[in-house]
Design a protein around this ligand. Structure first.
Ligand SMILES: CC(C)(COP(=O)(O)OP(=O)(O)OC[C@H]1O[C@@H](n2cnc3c(N)ncnc32)[C@H](O)[C@@H]1OP(=O)(O)O)[C@@H](O)C(=O)NCCC(=O)NCCS
Length: 161
């Protein structure tokens, strides 16, 4: 099925929230307590994308700067019945493109201790665990998440052949 990506704004918070809540996250994760207002705030402080099939949102991701060098990737989800078609990977790559265009050095994300099965997905996309890195936007009431990072290629660096 063909999907398209488009930027998500705070006016998309309800559609974004519906995708997140349908993702089937472990109820112990702070993810499940995310409100539409939280998403609207997050989208206005950073940005995000919705993946759509026709007019229907089937995937979401947000991003938020943490200092001048790091762009954090948050709230990645796709609806269960569209998984395995590359939509999740495309959403991650859209955030990486934002990071490259805006001159960030690193994309950083956190995986909940209740969602460790997602680690191989990020590993395939080039993310590595950084035990020393901090996720600034972690929930204070949740166990420390696993933090993953990926260096953003410098667009000014050209391959020499
Ligand atoms: C993670 C997620 C966004 C991937 O979305 P997707 O649209 O299926 O992504 P893609 O099609 O690009 O990649 C799918 C691949 O990742 C693997 N994968 C994704 N999530 C996985 C998980 N939790 N456990 C094991 N493998 C997983 C799939 O098995 C698949 O592998 P394959 O290509 O070899 O078949 C989706 O599974 C999801 O919404 N999960 C629930 C929310 C979540 O965990 N978000 C991440 C928060 S850190």
């Amino acid at each position: 099925m063909t999907f398209t990506l488009r930027p998500a704004f705070s006016t998309d918070a309800a559609a974004f929230h519906a995708v997140m809540m349908a993702a089937g996250m472990d109820p112990r994760s702070s993810w499940t307590r995310t409100t539409v207002g939280d998403i609207a705030r997050s989208l206005s402080l950073g940005g995000g994308f919705l993946a759509c099939i026709g007019e229907t949102a089937v995937g979401c991701v947000s991003f938020r700067p943490d200092g001048v060098e790091t762009l954090t990737l948050n709230k990645l989800a796709t609806l269960p019945d569209v998984r395995g078609q590359g939509i999740g990977a495309a959403l991650v790559q859209a955030v990486e493109q934002v990071a490259a265009e805006r001159g960030y050095k690193l994309v950083l994300l956190a995986v909940s201790q209740y969602n460790l099965d997602a680690l191989p997905f990020y590993g395939r996309l080039g993310y590595v665990v950084d035990a020393a890195a901090e996720y600034s936007f972690r929930s204070p009431t949740s166990p420390r998440p696993v933090v993953l990072v990926k260096a953003v290629p410098n667009p000014l660096t050209k391959a020499v052949t």
